[in-house]
Design a binder for this molecule. Structure first.
Ligand code: ADP
Length: 187
């Protein structure tokens, strides 16, 4: 199963993605995690990504598209994959559509985890205290939410038009949300 997992920052995507991936037996491909690792290791990719990630903006499309294109062709993706945090722009979505069609393996589902804005700020600030992620400070959080609304939210409509959108309510206990996601995926 090839899944795109969407939702605003702080929606709990990462946590749910891990559960779903281990249940279905597919890899979780998180562009955010790939970029954070690159930044920690100080690689060229990390150096390029740093200023964008730290300001709450988006890394250029060409960079993330290149990462995903290589990653989905790795052997562990034959049974499918879950993309977490990609695509984030319409150009990324178009590129993904093209590459999956070229590979003869189109996407099966785009899942949107919906959470209201005020709840997101609360959760992100809470996470900032617990995990200390460098982009979890209040100004950067606000900027990430704005980036999301402007650039990523239009993807919900995009996938609705593609006919593969499934919407899931992201408010509730972790277990409830997992159950909703599983039922939306039919697993
Ligand atoms: P969150 O889900 O909390 O927004 P992520 O871990 O998905 O965080 O991403 C962290 C940061 O990495 C983003 O704010 C952005 O700067 C960068 N990033 C991740 N994925 C992409 C992408 N697909 N396109 C551009 N930038 C990205």
């Amino acid at each position: 199963m090839r899944i795109v997992f969407m939702g605003p920052p702080g929606a709990g995507k990462g946590t749910q993605a891990k559960i779903i991936c281990s249940d279905v037996g597919i890899p979780q491909i998180s562009t955010g995690e790939i970029l954070r690792h690159a930044m920690e290791s100080g690689s060229d990719l990390g150096k390029e990504a740093k200023s964008y990630v730290e300001s709450g903006g988006l890394v250029p499309d060409a960079v993330v598209i290149g990462i995903v294109k290589e990653r989905i062709q790795e052997p562990d993706c034959v049974k499918g994959y879950l993309l977490d945090g990609f695509p984030r722009t319409l150009d990324q979505a178009d590129a993904l559509k093209r590459m999956t069609e070229e590979l003869g393996k189109p996407l099966d589902v785009a899942l949107n985890l919906a959470v209201p804005q005020d709840e997101l700020v609360k959760r992100l600030l809470d996470r900032a205290q617990k995990e200390g992620r460098p982009d979890d400070t209040e100004p950067v959080i606000k900027s990430r939410l704005k980036t999301y609304e402007e650039q990523t939210l239009p993807l919900v409509d995009y996938y609705k038009k593609e006919g593969i959108l499934k919407e899931v309510d992201g408010l509730g206990s972790m277990e409830d949300i997992t159950a909703r996601i599983k039922s939306a995926l039919g697993i």
